[in-house]
Design a protein around this ligand. Structure first.
Ligand code: LCS
Length: 394
């Protein structure tokens, strides 16, 4: 649909995304096809050479997937979206497209476990070096940069520590050293934070989370505002074969329409729950960017349009107490993933971050007792009384 960039984000959630619509469908049709018919042999050859635009094969491009790519690129104020089969497919496409043997990456120490483990255990086999620092501390980032550092990789807010990194300062630093700044924007979504506007070169998502929002799809998306970078990333995605499926794309387009109202509600709930936990005598600490006690609360206020719906906390009784709570919640679901309409609770040290070494977890602040809580859109009174009855048992 044609639209003005001046539309607000909630309008763009509904109306952005390009698709040809000869029959006037109100929604994006699902082009459930692997291949597309050429008008002639010459037309096919021209599609392959790039002389003519035209769909060829779904791994390379598909109208339903294109609608989602242009939608998310618009939300992130980028120019190109590259949809992937999962968030991890986006991570590996970025690593493979932009890093070579002998290169070095500086990354946030607290990131989604597998994003780090794949680098340390697998990309290292191909000669890529990595250093993990607290990117919330710019001095640590500066100290880690080496002559062969090609990428600064930041997750903010970080999974699961909720640390916030200053993206404007990281972009300056990255560009002074001719590095690309890659930002995992999964925890915020473009509704709350747009890294490309702050100077990042590449932003990506696990759309499994807030963008889709309904815990029924695994999907990823990379967005950039640089055409050459976009072509490089797309070509790598196509070569790796980690494309999205058209039905999966349709599901995300459907889910994304309510991103704004889902986040408005879940982050309202999160603020109340974070305050409740902070005042609870059995709670040792709470990390939520909306709390004044969060070490980067002021930065979060500046950098984000809201504080999101992810909370980390630890009970005074540590892991033992955390397990009692996790085993006894009745409204929240004990499951990994995040960013959906349903509230989820999980234990990063033994679940999402279990493959990260104990030493690396300790350095990143992923303590044994840390419990992660992804706030959904239920009635906040029910969520608080659910926590209350669980905490009573501790
Ligand atoms: N980036 C972040 C920040 C994530 O939280 C995840 C998944 C990924 C990338 C990978 O995306 P996927 O391939 O799963 O779509 N995070 C998960 C989590 O915290 N619990 O379960 C999955």
């Amino acid at each position: 649909m044609k639209h003005s960039k001046k539309l607000g984000i909630n309008s763009r959630l509904i109306h952005s995304g390009e698709f040809e619509n000869p029959l006037g469908s109100a929604t994006v049709p699902i082009y459930q096809t692997s291949t597309f018919i050429f008008e002639s042999a010459d037309h096919g050859a021209k599609c392959f050479s790039g002389e003519e635009d035209g769909y060829i094969y779904t791994r390379i491009g598909n109208p339903t997937i294109h609608a989602l790519e242009t939608l998310v690129a618009d939300l992130e104020t980028g120019t190109q979206g590259i949809a992937t089969s999962s968030g991890m497919a986006a991570v590996n496409t970025i690593y493979m497209a932009l890093l070579s043997k002998g290169d070095h990456i500086v990354s946030s120490a607290a990131v989604y476990g597998p994003s780090r483990v794949v680098m340390e255990q697998h990309w290292s086999r191909f000669g890529v070096e990595s250093t993990y620092v607290n990117t919330a501390n710019l001095d640590e980032v500066k100290a880690a940069i080496k002559p062969n550092t090609k990428m600064l990789y930041v997750e903010t807010p970080a999974n699961p520590t909720m640390d916030i990194t200053d993206l404007v300062e990281c972009a300056k630093l990255a560009h002074e050293h001719k590095m690309v700044l890659v930002v995992d924007n999964t925890f915020s979504s473009p509704y709350l934070q747009r890294p490309l506007e702050l100077g990042a070169d590449v932003v990506f998502h696990s759309m499994t989370k807030f963008l889709n929002g309904h815990a029924d799809i695994v999907a990823g998306m990379i967005v950039t505002k640089d055409d050459a970078l976009g072509k490089k990333l797309r070509s790598m995605m196509v070569t790796l074969g980690c494309n999205m499926d058209p039905h999966q794309a349709y599901m995300v387009i459907r889910g994304i329409k309510t991103l704004g109202i889902r986040i408005d509600r879940s982050q309202g709930n999160a603020m109340e729950i974070a305050a409740y936990l902070e005042n609870h005598p059995k709670v040792a600490w709470v990390k939520y960017p909306g709390l004044k006690s969060h070490p980067q609360h002021e930065l979060a206020t500046r950098q984000m349009d809201g504080f999101g719906s992810m909370i980390s906390f630890e009970l005074k009784g540590g892991l033992k107490a955390g397990k009692i709570l996790m085993d006894n919640v009745k409204v929240a679901i004990l499951a990994v993933s995040l960013g959906g309409v349903e509230t989820l609770i999980q234990h990063p040290a033994s679940m999402t971050h279990s493959k990260v070494s104990a030493e690396a977890k300790a350095k990143a602040g992923i303590t044994d007792g840390l419990v992660r809580y992804s706030v959904g859109i239920e009635d906040v009174e029910d969520l608080i009384s659910d926590l209350e009855q669980g905490l009573d048992l501790v």
